[in-house]
Design a protein around this ligand. Structure first.
Ligand code: ADP
Ligand code: MG
Length: 325
């Protein structure tokens, strides 16, 4: 069936995209969706927009773009410890490209199904390619993992490995000089950039354990910086403990550390834990996260350099409106 209008497009690609949840009283097709939130829970809401040429290359595979468009929102839910429930999709398309829509909606559907999150509405317009997804999840308000709960003495952890997505981006845009990757290394890094894994299950397991949490979308220093600012504390990092993938650390350890500190798009979680809860983390999360430092009362982020001096880490991550871009 050729797609000839906004309505047939929605019908063909989006109205049956995800499985149906019992708490969706009315889904796609009316002026609004009607949704039922469980008692004693808040709805955690977050929206992200991906713009062609800014957040993704024009020739990116639509399937991976569908994955990533939802993954970034799921990562925000993960960082609050929320359970995914519903999402809406605002899609601006230059034309009705069936092959593109098929790939995009398949990538979206696969990740949505994995996380039992239902598409309940959206908006479709014509214009330069742009994708906005708003996600909704459930969390008890007194348990949610906020940015403002870090305390002096807490340990700082991150999930997975850092810097892979940033390295992929630099390699793609030919700014990572003197490096030639093998096909499989390139593939690994590319996958980390294009199909990140939102740490939803870990986020939920951190409820009642983590004192603060954030997802690393703009770079570790920038995002940890948000926790520090909101919690009015500082941090000391052990740079040797920054978790790096084998691929990244074997290529160029120095650059790897820089990517891990400054580059975004990893969608790992950074969280803080009181020392007396750290045993829970070491046991329950073995292999899933790494302790990288401690919360201190100094403003800023510091490390001990080779000469045993306390040194401030400067520079942040990606800022769309920064003056020196
Ligand atoms: P309205 O003009 O009342 O906003 P629309 O014509 O924009 O309604 O949309 C009709 C129905 O299709 C609504 O339920 C809307 O939520 C849904 N919808 C529109 N675009 C999308 C999309 N890209 N993905 C999912 N649902 C969509
Ligand atoms: Mg509309």
């Amino acid at each position: 069936m050729p797609v000839t209008s906004e309505f047939s497009l929605i019908k063909q690609f989006f109205s049956q995209l995800t499985s149906q949840r019992d708490d969706v009283i009315l889904g796609i097709g009316d002026d609004c969706a009607l949704l039922q939130c469980p008692a004693d829970h808040s709805v955690a809401v977050s929206i992200d927009t991906l713009v062609e040429g800014i957040h993704f290359f024009s020739d990116v595979d639509p399937y991976t773009l569908g994955h990533k468009s939802l993954a970034v929102g799921l990562s925000d839910l993960a960082a609050m410890g929320a359970t995914p429930a519903w999402f809406t999709l605002a899609l601006t398309l230059p034309d009705l490209d069936q092959a593109w829509l098929k790939g995009f909606s398949n990538g979206l559907a696969k990740l949505a199904t994995e996380h039992n999150i239902q598409l309940v509405g959206g908006d479709t317009t014509r214009g330069p390619l742009c994708i906005s997804i708003q996600v909704h999840g459930f969390v008890k308000p007194d348990q949610a993992l906020r940015r403002d709960g870090a305390k002096i003495g807490d340990l700082i952890y991150v999930t997975g490995t850092l810097g892979d997505a940033g390295a992929a981006l630099q390699y793609q845009s030919k700014q990572w000089h003197n490096v030639k990757l093998t096909a499989s290394d390139k593939n690994y890094l590319q996958q980390r950039l294009e199909t990140p894994t939102p740490r939803v299950a870990i986020g939920q397991k951190l409820l009642g354990i983590a004192s603060a949490a954030i997802d690393v979308s703009d770079g570790l220093l920038a995002d940890l910086g948000h926790i520090l600012e909101r919690s009015n504390v500082g941090a000391q990092l052990d740079l040797a403990k920054l978790p790096l993938s084998c691929v990244l650390s074997e290529i160029d350890r120095e650059s790897a550390q820089q990517f891990a500190l400054h580059s975004g798009d990893d969608y790992e979680l950074c969280f803080t834990v009181a020392p007396h809860d750290s045993a829970d983390i070491e046991q329950g999360f073995a292999g899933l996260c790494t302790c990288i430092g401690t919360i201190t009362n100094d403003n800023g982020i510091y490390f001990i350099n080779d000469q045993d001096q306390l040194t401030q880490l400067t520079g942040t991550g990606y800022d769309h409106f920064s003056a020196n871009r």
